[in-house]
Design a protein around this ligand. Structure first.
Ligand code: FPP
Length: 249
């Protein structure tokens, strides 16, 4: 949406700027587990602990928006027992952490396609969103059953329907109109996206919104994520020059 600069931090004055919107691809749970001689699902369990550390960092550093990639529309291709383990972890996470989110003024939104999701999953989503709907601090977006191309496709389809019904004309379709049909409507674009485990790709995450994002890829597996890594990444981001296609002013 906007190309506003990231925020100048009052909580962490050692950084010139902090991202207003941070996107995180939590990768490497399985490889971490394998490297420890543990089953893959242990990696996801440890990944949830790392996620708690990430949310704590985001709250501490007063990041406004945090979008995490928790389950992609492609992840359904994994073995059923792994999918069930991840869904079970998410369910327990919602049950155990929602009251803490409310206490820390964290609002949770789930970004992704809802069609085809089972009733218990839809109930979990509804519970997480409704119980935190009044929270005005960190806006935590959980990308679940999410795919960036699907999101853009859905937005284009919604605009086509608006044209067909006469609500808008084709000339009204511009970047802002598309952005308003995305799951992130009314939110700033991510300033920074980081990914763990040494993989250097976006994997269909926030494709439209990432147009001007900075990227940081780091080698540690997601379960190893901690505050030191967060600070290291913020230092790196803080030193980046963002020109949004222009030249230095
Ligand atoms: C990537 O590691 C991780 C996932 C696909 C799932 C992430 C899920 C969680 C951290 C837990 C559940 C989420 C919430 C919101 C509680 P991978 O399995 O792709 O690792 P690999 O690349 O080493 O195989």
């Amino acid at each position: 949406m906007s190309n506003e600069p990231a925020i100048v931090s009052s909580v962490a004055p050692e950084f010139a700027v902090l991202p207003q919107h941070l996107g995180v691809i939590m990768d490497g749970n399985g490889r971490w587990a394998t490297s420890q001689g543990k089953p893959r699902n242990e990696g996801h369990r440890a990944g949830v602990e790392a996620l708690r550390r990430l949310v704590a960092c985001a709250v501490e550093f007063e990041i406004e928006y945090l979008t995490i990639f928790s389950f992609s529309s492609e992840n359904w291709a994994r073995p059923a027992d792994e999918i069930n383990a991840i869904l079970g972890l998410m369910k327990r996470f919602v049950a155990s952490d929602i009251s803490k989110f409310v206490a820390h003024n964290v609002r949770v939104r789930i970004l992704g396609r809802r069609e085809g999701l089972s009733k218990p999953i839809l109930q979990m989503i509804e519970q997480a969103e409704s119980r935190t709907a009044h929270c005005t601090g960190l806006q935590l977006n959980v990308a679940f059953n999410y795919g960036g191309r699907q999101e853009i496709t859905d937005a284009v389809r919604a605009l086509a329907q608006d044209v067909q019904s006469g609500k808008i004309s084709p000339e009204d379709i511009d970047e802002a109109a598309i952005a308003e049909k995305l799951y992130t409507a009314q939110m700033p674009d991510p300033d920074l996206i980081f990914r763990s485990s040494g993989e250097v790709r976006l994997s269909n995450f926030l494709l439209w919104q990432a147009a001007y994002a900075e990227f940081v890829f780091f080698d540690e597996f997601w379960p190893e994520f901690n505050r030191d890594i967060f600070v290291r990444i913020m230092e790196e981001f803080s030193g980046r020059k963002r020109r949004f296609g222009g030249v230095d002013g």
